[in-house]
Design a protein around this ligand. Structure first.
Ligand code: HEC
Ligand code: HEC
Ligand code: HEC
Ligand code: HEC
Length: 446
């Protein structure tokens, strides 16, 4: 990480300057609110994860430039993984980054996320606005989650206005939270729903999509979906389609996805209008079924009965997962990451997890004093660090498995004032939690 970060300093510095300077003169095609949305997204660094380029009927300058690779979670990860299987490229990188082979083994997450530049051509603005208030997992095959947003209502309005403008679909009425949610249910006969179900299964939609908690095809397990790879990874749970898409958009999208949203990876299956209409009858009207059993509650974290050295917790947890947002600014040209010096819309808590000293210094409270994260807060049994790691388990229990969760579990949003860690990533496994807890219990020695 450190080695990657220290390379090509001058070039990145120039890019950063360009990226900062761009918005000053690139607002030309946008009205005031849309330009504000663009500034909010730039400030909150949405482009560290999402691509936000304009649709082809908009000036390219209206889009957000990609974050420099140095900062972009997705671009840096795909850059590294892109050398897989290319022995010459790996050989070259090894000379500069001796740990390149380990990077190739370790990186799994943040490699492909939804494109936001044209998402509003498909998804209704009212849905996007509600989503920013309480993001939840739409895509059951994607382990990452959207991060909680600490933005004001008017900033979120501006973001949606900007995404709508960027997509080339200018809505005359600005979206508001109070706008009616789901469209009125149509009256569709059971016969048509059944026909639609057959068309849906016949067209192979269930290869990539789930609908509620229903396993539409026996034997399609989560590992099957995973094996399908990138084309299926972003496929949303279609239970949300009735809130997200107008019926006519649904029908047109299913016939020719790229004509509606050029950035989606769903294949064009060559369906006729009649087939698409029939599938819409089914997907938009069949009662949604949920799994009966609620997802498991996070278990108690057991202590290990062996010695756990710092080097091990650093290798497995802090240095592998946390460092990307809790860096030591000295080794990253002043950038301490979202959880330390700020980013992703957060001010940062002055918590460095790249070094032992940083971890011992703990975090900065609002009044400027420091909080030792290795001891429990009053009335708590777990250290604050473990408490925050368990919060992510609780969040994931609520929204991490929508395909198998009940609606009330799906829609209880993450509290942006007390986000669980690692933010937006799968909760730590029980064995990693045990490592952290045991190391702390044994005195948290260097
Ligand atoms: C750390 C990575 C990360 C950052 C930063 C991030 N997002 Fe996301 N976002 C995600 C992930 C992951 C998803 C997909 C969640 C899902 O579908 O299950 C997502 C989904 C979304 C969606 C829903 C897309 C759809 O198909 O409807 C919107 C809208 C969105 N993000 C907006 C934003 C905005 C605005 C920002 C900046 C303020 C932002 N995101 C920053 C990771 C991120
Ligand atoms: C400059 C390149 C670079 C950037 C930028 C970057 N990463 Fe990474 N990331 C890496 C490398 C290299 C590894 C493997 C680290 C190791 O093996 O110790 C990694 C591994 C990870 C892992 C653990 C493996 C996995 O996939 O779960 C997480 C989590 C992670 N990064 C999150 C992030 C987040 C969040 C961001 C954006 C805020 C980010 N990274 C930005 C290079 C980068
Ligand atoms: C090979 C995998 C694959 C197959 C097969 C597939 N899709 Fe998709 N579908 C996707 C992906 C991926 C996306 C989302 C792309 C994105 O958000 O970037 C998507 C998006 C959608 C959406 C938009 C949903 C939303 O909430 O935004 C609808 C509707 C949809 N698909 C319906 C269908 C139907 C109906 C079929 C069968 C005729 C089908 N899909 C077959 C992969 C697939
Ligand atoms: C995607 C970025 C990201 C990753 C990855 C991440 N953090 Fe954070 N972390 C943040 C942000 C942003 C904050 C500040 C939140 C706030 O202001 O309330 C934070 C705050 C914290 C806090 C203080 C929480 C509070 O409520 O005061 C702790 C403790 C913490 N992180 C631990 C971790 C640990 C341990 C990991 C790795 C397992 C980790 N973080 C990974 C972004 C991240």
């Amino acid at each position: 990480m450190k080695a990657v970060a220290s390379s090509a300093l001058a070039a990145w510095a120039l890019l950063v300057v360009l990226v900062i300077a761009l918005p000053v003169f690139a607002d030309a095609g946008l009205n005031q609110q849309e330009a504000e949305g663009r500034r909010v997204m730039q400030r909150a660094q949405c482009n560290r994860c999402h691509e936000v380029s304009a649709s082809d009927n908009r000036p390219a300058a209206d889009g957000l430039p990609r974050a420099p690779r140095e900062q972009s979670c997705v671009d840096c990860h795909t850059w590294i993984l892109g050398t897989r299987g290319d022995t010459q490229a790996i050989e070259r990188q090894r000379r500069e980054y001796p740990d390149w082979d380990r990077y190739l083994q370790n990186i799994v997450h943040l490699t492909r996320l939804p494109h936001l530049g044209t998402v509003a051509r498909r998804v209704e603005p009212a849905f996007l606005r509600r989503y920013l208030d309480g993001p939840f997992d739409l895509r059951p095959h994607l382990e990452e989650s959207m991060v909680p947003l600490r933005l004001s209502a008017s900033e979120k309005d501006a973001v949606v206005a900007y995404l709508v403008a960027l997509s080339g679909r200018r809505s005359s009425t600005p979206p508001s939270v109070n706008e009616a949610g789901s469209p009125k249910p149509e009256v569709v006969s059971q016969v048509r729903i059944n026909e639609g179900r057959r068309a849906f299964l016949g067209a192979g939609c269930a290869m990539c999509h789930v609908l509620g908690g229903e396993r539409l095809v026996a034997g399609f397990t989560p590992s099957f979906f995973k094996a399908l790879g990138p084309q299926a990874m972003l496929a949303p749970n279609l239970q949300f389609a009735r809130e997200r898409l107008k019926r006519e958009t649904f029908v047109a999208f299913v016939q020719d996805p790229q004509s509606i949203d050029p950035h989606v990876t769903m294949p064009n299956l060559g369906l006729s209008r009649e087939q698409a209409e029939s599938i819409a009858d089914f997907v938009l009207n069949t009662p949604i079924q949920f799994a009966v059993a609620p997802p498991p509650v996070p278990p108690a974290v057991p202590l290990l009965d062996r010695e756990v050295p710092y080097s091990e917790v650093h290798r497995e947890v802090f240095g592998l997962i946390c460092v990307h947002c809790h860096m030591d600014p000295a080794s990253n040209r002043g950038d301490g990451g979202a959880g330390n010096t700020g980013g992703l819309g957060f001010k940062g808590k002055g918590l460095v997890l790249e070094t032992y000293a940083g971890l011992r210094r703990g975090l900065r409270r609002p009044d400027g004093t420091r909080l030792d994260v290795l001891v429990p807060r009053p009335g708590q049994t777990e250290s604050f660090l473990v408490e925050v790691l368990l919060r992510r388990h609780e969040e994931a229990r609520r929204d991490g498995v929508p395909a198998f969760a009940t609606p009330d579990l799906q829609r209880s949003p993450i509290d942006p004032d007390a986000p669980g860690m690692p933010m937006g990533l799968p909760p730590l496994s029980l064995s990693k939690l045990s490592l952290v807890k045991t190391w702390i219990a044994q005195g948290a020695r260097p």
